[in-house]
Design a protein around this ligand. Structure first.
Ligand SMILES: Nc1ncnc2c1ncn2[C@@H]1O[C@H](COP(=O)(O)OP(=O)(O)OP(=O)(O)O)[C@@H](O)[C@H]1O
Length: 232
C-alpha cells in the first residue's frame, strides 16, 4: 500500500510566548499545551491574533520571547510535518488537481507511481474523483478547498494548521466542508489547529476551543456558545 498512514499527531508546547511584528506585540506571555491528535479550534475577533498564532506554530513567525516546542523539539522553521490550509486559494494555478495534490510527496522524494496512487486515493476521499486533470480555475471555491485538504493530508503530516479554510464559502458549501473535514479527520491521527471567527464552527469541530478574547487567551474544554461569545 502506498498511503502514508498511522503517523501519530504531534503535540505543541508554548512557554511564555510573545508574538508580534516589528516591535509591536500582538500576543503576550502565552502558555498553552496542544495535545497530540486533538482538534484545537482558535476563535477570536478580527485582529485578535489567530493567524499570528498559527503562523508561529507553522514556524513562519519566530516568537520574540518564550519558545514553541513541537514534539519536544523547538520549532525553528516550517516543516512538511506541519501542513497548512489557507482561506484563499493557495493551489498552484498551472498545475492540475492531481499534480497539486502530489506536490508534498514530490518534496519527500516519493516515486511517481506511488505519488500518483496516494494522490488519487486522497482526491477520491475528498469527493473529487473524475476531476484529477482539471486546473484550479475550472473548480468552484468549495472544490478548491477540497483539493487543499487532500494536499494537506496526502503526506500524512503530524499536524495540520488551518487558517479559516471555509471562511470564503457560502453557508451550504461551508456546512458540507465541515462534514467532510470531520469525516476525513477520522482517518488521520494528525493534530489539528483550526482558526475561525465563527463560534458555531468552533463548537462543531473543536475538541477544545481557545478564545483570543478581551481578557486574553482562555481555553475551554467543554463550553457553551454563550460562554464563548461572552469572552470575545
Ligand atoms: N505581516 C504583518 N505585519 C505587521 N502587522 C501584522 C502582520 N500580520 C498581522 N499583523 C497585525 O497583527 C494583528 C493580528 O493579526 P492576525 O492576522 O493574526 O489577526 P486575526 O485574528 O487572524 O484576524 P482576521 O480574523 O481578521 O484574519 C493585527 O493587528 C494585524 O494588523
Amino acid at each position: 500500500m502506498t498511503l502514508l498512514t498511522g503517523r501519530a499527531g504531534v503535540g505543541f508546547t508554548l512557554e511564555g510566548v510573545g508574538l508580534g511584528y516589528g516591535g509591536n506585540a500582538v500576543l503576550r506571555n502565552i502558555d498553552l499545551e496542544i495535545e497530540p491528535g486533538e482538534v484545537l479550534v482558535v476563535v477570536g475577533a478580527s485582529g485578535s491574533g489567530k493567524s499570528t498564532l498559527l503562523r508561529a506554530l507553522a514556524g513562519l513567525l519566530p516568537p520574540y520571547e518564550g519558545r514553541i516546542l513541537a514534539g519536544g523539539a523547538e520549532v525553528r522553521g516550517p516543516s512538511p510535518e506541519r501542513a497548512m490550509v489557507f482561506q484563499d486559494d493557495a493551489l498552484l494555478p498551472w498545475r492540475t488537481v492531481l499534480r497539486n495534490v502530489e506536490l508534498p510527496l514530490g518534496i519527500r522524494g516519493m516515486d511517481k507511481a506511488a505519488r500518483r496512487a496516494a494522490a488519487s486515493e486522497w482526491i477520491e476521499r475528498v469527493g473529487l474523483a473524475g476531476y484529477e486533470n482539471r486546473l484550479p480555475r475550472e473548480l468552484s471555491g468549495g472544490m478548491r478547498q477540497r483539493v487543499q485538504l487532500a494536499r494537506a493530508l496526502v503526506g500524512a503530516p503530524r499536524a495540520v494548521l488551518m487558517d479559516e479554510p471555509f471562511g470564503a464559502l457560502d453557508a451550504q458549501t461551508r456546512a458540507e466542508m465541515q462534514r467532510l473535514l470531520l469525516d476525513v479527520l477520522e482517518r488521520t491521527e494528525a493534530t489539528v489547529v483550526f482558526v475561525t471567527h465563527d463560534v458555531d464552527e468552533a463548537l462543531l469541530l473543536g475538541h477544545r476551543i481557545v478564545v483570543l478574547g478581551r481578557t486574553g487567551l482562555r481555553v475551554f474544554g467543554d463550553a457553551t456558545r454563550e460562554q464563548i461569545v461572552k469572552e470575545l
